[in-house]
Design a protein around this ligand. Structure first.
Ligand SMILES: *[C@@H]1O[C@H](CO)[C@@H](O)[C@H](O)[C@H]1NC(C)=O
Ligand SMILES: *[C@@H]1O[C@H](CO)[C@@H](O)[C@H](O)[C@H]1NC(C)=O
Ligand SMILES: *[C@@H]1O[C@H](CO)[C@@H](O)[C@H](O)[C@H]1NC(C)=O
Ligand SMILES: *[C@@H]1O[C@H](CO)[C@@H](O)[C@H](O)[C@H]1NC(C)=O
Ligand SMILES: *[C@@H]1O[C@H](CO)[C@@H](O)[C@H](O)[C@H]1NC(C)=O
Length: 478
């Protein structure tokens, strides 16, 4: 490059960056400004100042959450509260004047928590709208029967609101839809069969509603489906056979907490990309297919609270992250080797799995990642002390109804522990003062003795021991 063209090159770069930079546009279209100010004026409370930069007469393209791309027109509106931060919310309604923002292609109103009102009708008036995420607010009432008229939408999420009534069948007319998330609302009725027309569907999330009926056999025409979440509804019947056609790319299959029944189908073992399988809290029965050995990449497997029977297959997973087989009719005898050897497991739940081993013989490959352990209602003996003193991030340890025998007074555990349930075991010694920092403790029905440390736990947490005394139990004799 010669010395003459260099300044021109810089100039071009500056122009190019300005063109890319959304805040570069000095002013925005008066319609857009009017629409945004109307939106703001329908907000009655904004304690954390989410909209504090929205001031009349200042360039609206530079307001927080407002994006103008190639012109002075607003193309995306992204107004979000912080999850789990108490003062981070907006109260009020969504102004119909947002219809003035005619160039909008994306609306992201997430975690605003206290926005009320019915389905926003202005969505029908925005011809370029492709992405709608109105999540974790308090919108309510039915979804409009003619929702299919917003036919250009590609991603549509109303997750975490209070919408009621059925999923309108006209939704099958939104043919470019690849993401439909209506989870955690109060929707009723069945899944409309027409959803089978939505051949680009990649994420279908309808969990946490009051949907019912059988899961329709609609999946043959959804070759792109990666994530199917229908948990926490009232679905009945068997898994529809067309789920088998999702084998090449389905990663998340979450159907927990329904009323599904039948055998766990063999074809699931052909799901080479499966990351998470949740069939918990249903009425699945029979054996888990031996072919599950081929699910070498599964990270999260939850089959808890079903009617499944022995034998449980040996899996050849390289590293499972969370496993829950609790409350079936298994008699595993020991914690399976393929679990113990996982280098990354953080959640191990094997309550009432017929385990008869001693924890003294349990040598997990690592203790670093463990967060949750539930071995309740087994015949586990020995001592968890060696394991507990080596965990760093353990949050819960539950082992009620076993034969654990060790000196509680000498127990060391991670600072992160919040729940310790050792009730109905053979634990002896005294109750150490270190338990005071836990959120939940239960050491009832053991062989503990001595004066209790000062804690906030009720008497039932300590009842049924040999000779514990002091508040909340009766005073110690002097
Ligand atoms: C949430 O919104 C409702 C209705 O607008 C209002 O009565 C209530 O005070 C709001 N809650 C908070 C915490 O501001
Ligand atoms: C889908 O759109 C077509 C044409 O606009 C209409 O005739 C049909 O009734 C719509 N389908 C549903 C289920 O609403
Ligand atoms: C695993 O898959 C292979 C090939 O797909 C098959 O031959 C084998 O029988 C399967 N293993 C089990 C335990 O089903
Ligand atoms: C845990 O306890 C075992 C047995 O008492 C002991 O050998 C080990 O050094 C302890 N580990 C830590 C980190 O304190
Ligand atoms: C402790 O466990 C016993 C028996 O398992 C139960 O009856 C009691 O309610 C529990 N107490 C607390 C505080 O969890």
């Amino acid at each position: 490059m010669n010395s003459c063209s260099f300044p021109l090159f810089i100039f071009t770069i500056v122009i190019f960056l300005r063109y890319l930079n959304p805040t570069g546009a000095a002013t925005c279209h008066p319609d857009d400004e009017a629409g945004l100010l109307a939106f703001k004026s329908a907000i009655t409370r904004d304690p954390s100042g989410i909209l504090s930069s929205w001031k009349k007469g200042t360039p609206c393209c530079s307001w927080n959450g407002v994006t103008c791309l190639t012109s002075d027109r607003v193309s995306a509106l992204s107004v979000g509260g912080q999850e789990d931060v108490a003062g981070s919310f907006l109260s009020g309604t969504l102004s119909p004047s947002l219809a003035k923002l005619q160039h909008l292609d994306g609306i992201y109103f997430t975690n605003l928590k206290n926005i009320t009102g019915s389905f926003p009708q202005f969505l029908f008036q925005l011809p370029n709208l492709k992405f709608v995420y109105i999540e974790n607010n308090r919108l309510s009432g039915p979804l409009p029967v003619n929702i299919g008229l917003i036919s250009q939408i590609e991603a549509f999420s109303l997750e975490g609101n209070r919408f009621t009534g059925p999923i309108p069948s006209s939704i099958s007319n939104i043919s470019r839809l690849f993401q439909l998330k209506l989870g955690n609302n109060l929707l009723t009725g069945t899944i409309p069969l027409g959803i089978a027309n939505l051949e680009l569907m990649s994420y279908l999330h309808l969990g946490g509603n009051r949907l019912s009926g059988t899961i329709p056999d609609i999946f043959k025409s959804m070759p792109e489906l990666r994530s199917l979440i229908l948990s926490r509804n009232g679905f009945t019947g068997n898994l529809p056979p067309s789920i088998a056609s999702l084998a090449p790319i389905l990663r998340f299959l979450e159907l927990g907490q329904n009323n599904l029944a039948g055998k766990i189908p063999d074809y699931l073992s052909r799901f080479k990309a499966l990351d998470t399988l949740d069939l918990s809290k249903n009425r699945f029965s029979g054996v888990v297919p031996k072919s599950f050995a081929n699910l070498t990449k599964i990270f999260n497997l939850d089959l808890s609270h079903n009617l499944l029977t022995d034998p449980f297959p040996t899996l050849y997973v390289k590293g499972i992250e969370s496993l829950d087989l609790s409350y079936n009719q298994f008699h595993l005898k020991t914690i399976p080797k393929w679990v113990t050897s996982s280098p990354i497991i953080f959640s191990l739940k094997l309550a009432k799995c017929g385990i008869k081993m001693s924890l003294d013989d349990w040598k997990p490959a690592q203790t670093y990642y463990y967060d949750y352990i539930d071995l309740s209602e087994n015949e586990v003996s020995g001592s968890p002390a060696k394991f507990l003193n080596e965990t760093e991030y353990l949050v819960e340890f539950k082992a009620s109804g076993n034969k654990l025998r060790f000196d509680l007074g000498k127990l060391k555990f991670a600072k992160t522990l919040t729940t310790l349930d050792l009730s109905r075991n053979l634990v002896f010694g005294n109750v150490p003062a270190t338990v005071a920092g836990l959120k939940t403790l239960n050491v009832s029905q053991n062989h503990l003795c001595g004066k209790l440390p000062v804690t906030k736990f009720p008497a039932s947490a300590f009842a049924g021991n040999d000779c514990l005394c002091g508040s909340p139990l009766s005073p110690c004799k002097v």
